[in-house]
Design a protein around this ligand. Sequence first.
Ligand code: PXP
Length: 243
Amino acid sequence: MASLGVNIDHVATVRQARKTDEPDPVWAAVEAELGGAACITFHLREDRRHINDRDARLLKETVATKLNMEMAIAPEIVDLACELRPDQCTIVPERREELTTEGGLDVVRHAKAIEKVVDKLTQSGIVVSAFIEPDNAQIAASAECGFHAIEIWTGGYAHAKTSQEAQAVIGKLKASIGSAKSHGLEVHAGHGLTYRNVAPIAAVAGFSEFNIGHSIVSRAMFVGMRSAVAEMARLLKENEPKE
Ligand code: PXP
């Protein structure tokens, strides 16, 4: 069964709204693990707008499952990742003005720079994943750059206006999984997945990890992080692909 990675950035976003010390994303990570998260995901942005260096350090010390650090290829952040050594780094595009990561990384265009970063992180013993759109050229370039895994951007599915459009995107996702597997890449998925839309994606065979943030943190405001994560884990389990 695919594992559930919980993205805790939004907890830090609430903290930073007041620049205080609560709510603590590190507490959120513990609660998420107690609810059944198999992975904790955080994004250390260059501008530290939500997660900061203290959070990254404490998450490394306390996360007992798997720690996945989302990051851009900025040299300062790459050096920090090599020092921190999370289990996995997911390379994402980063723009200061964006509300959240918008779309995938252009591995084809930035292959030279990305390859160097993948090599450096790999030499530090870190599994490296590329956050990309379901596109064969991006998948092939990711394999060539030495990535171990890709995380396919599911925003196209989440933002689909009709069920036909959503079905068409699922077809594209399935083709991308086949292509990625033929390159020996592990396949993750994330962005825009919610309690309402996750079932058809959970039923697609071939994903080994789902990274979900906003919807889980939103529900956690009402039912608590542990219950919110348990509910999403249950949905993934109930809808897992039939062998
Ligand atoms: N995966 C990646 C690479 C992301 O950048 C994000 C957003 O931070 C997510 C997953 C989670 O997306 P959402 O918050 O929409 O669930």
